[in-house]
Design a protein around this ligand. Structure first.
Ligand SMILES: Cc1cc2nc3c(=O)[nH]c(=O)nc-3n(C[C@H](O)[C@H](O)[C@H](O)COP(=O)(O)O)c2cc1C
Length: 370
């Protein structure tokens, strides 16, 4: 990895700021709410919100690999927080901090109520979903279709800010359907900034709301990194992060030369060991090749024990671990053990030990950065 890139990360990581609880932290992603300044927060490496994937067990695993990555929840719909099983939807381990709650909803009062309820759970940030294209989300008129209603999203953000004790951020697309991103995105971002958004994460591709599945909407519309970089350059005082199609730490470091934050979704989930290099990358060092995998095994076994004791199943934890050893000898056997044995009735943490024993931990992953 080029030294220059790493130095950019190191220089941007060097500011130690108090977070909103008064703790001193190098995790600069927890910003002063009264500021709207990217200096307080950059550089940030985030793991994207992903429904069915980034649940609390997944986030616990990710946190064991990086103390600095900002972790997002799955999208939680405001109505579900207000009327549904709050404790199940919102509770998480304190070990997961910093963790951001992603909210789906377009009714200002409901979003504000959901934020007040979530306030008791101590999330470090509230994020508004303006990027999800699924039919279910469109029928609730939130998610990506809100890209068509920037004035309404601005109102949402300002109401959410008033209800929140922590930063309120937005995750959006560069546009939807026939919109011209070069025209609509600058205006959308201006309005978010005007409404007080503390950060804007931009998935660098359009969503096509008709005719494409959510999966296709993560692959088919072309990526436009240049436009997102240009948006950052024209808004130097606002935290702006980029998302979409980033698969290696080297690519992440490249984006961080321009952007305040980089957010990885599928690569972080499927190639989980990549996260073991994040702290070193943000500190300006080469991604560390000597991660303590046995300590990770022990922590995950302890955690699984706690989950099982509380009525959960081993599989709830281990399903997020199958991407851990991409590139290691024994990775296939590791995956097999986790996918079969962890599903059996009564399976316990010893399955994790057996799976780790199948991996050659003395050999390094092909590359932590890749
Ligand atoms: C399984 C899955 C679930 C997702 N769920 C959400 C979600 O709840 N909220 C959201 O804003 N984006 C969601 N996304 C989109 C991701 O956050 C991200 O924007 C997208 O995958 C592009 O990033 P990537 O190329 O790094 O994966 C989801 C993506 C996947 C693969």
């Amino acid at each position: 990895m080029k030294t220059r890139r790493l130095m950019v990360c190191a220089a941007r990581a060097n500011t130690t700021k108090p977070d909103r609880s008064g703790r001193e932290t190098n995790n600069v992603q927890v910003a002063d709410p009264s500021s709207n300044s990217s200096d307080l927060r950059a550089p940030v490496f985030a793991v994207a919100p992903m429904i069915d994937w980034t649940d609390r067990h997944c986030r616990f695993l990710h946190r064991q690999l990086s103390s600095r990555a900002l972790l997002y929840t799955e999208m939680v719909v405001a109505d579900a927080i207000i009327h549904g099983p709050r404790e199940r939807l919102l509770s998480y381990s304190p070990a997961e901090h910093p963790v951001a709650l992603q909210l789906g909803g377009s009714d200002p009062k409901k979003n504000a109520d959901a934020i007040r309820i979530a306030g008791d759970y101590g999330y470090d940030e509230i994020n508004l979903n303006v990027g999800c294209p699924s039919d279910r989300v469109q029928s609730g008129t939130f998610g990506a279709c809100l890209m068509r209603e920037p004035a309404h999203v601005a109102e949402l953000v300002s109401v959410m800010k008033a209800a929140s004790r922590v930063p309120v951020t937005v995750k959006c697309r560069i546009g939807v359907d026939e919109q011209v991103p070069e025209e609509v995105l600058p205006d959308f971002v201006d309005r978010m900034i005007g409404a007080g958004a503390d950060a804007i994460w931009i998935h660098a591709r359009k969503a096509w709301l008709q005719g494409l599945s959510p999966k296709e909407n993560r692959e088919v519309p072309p990526l436009d990194y240049g436009l997102v970089h240009a948006i950052k350059k024209s808004n130097p005082a606002t935290f702006i992060g980029i998302n979409g199609g980033i698969t290696t730490l080297e690519q992440a470091a490249d984006h961080l030369e321009v952007m305040d934050g980089v957010m990885l979704g599928r690569a972080a989930y499927h190639n989980t060991n990549l996260l073991a290099g994040v702290d070193a990358m943000l500190a300006g060092n080469d991604p560390s090749p000597d991660f303590d995998w046995l300590a990770l095994r022990d922590r995950m076994m302890d955690y699984a024990e706690t989950v099982i004791t509380a009525g959960g199943r081993l599989h709830h934890v281990t399903r997020h671990m199958v991407g851990l050893f991409q590139g290691f000898a024994g990775a296939r056997r590791f995956r097999q053990i986790l996918s079969s044995d962890a599903m059996k009735p009564g399976a316990g943490p010893d399955v994790i030990a057996a799976a780790f024993a199948a991996v050659d931990l003395s050999g390094e992953a092909r590359t932590l950065a890749g």
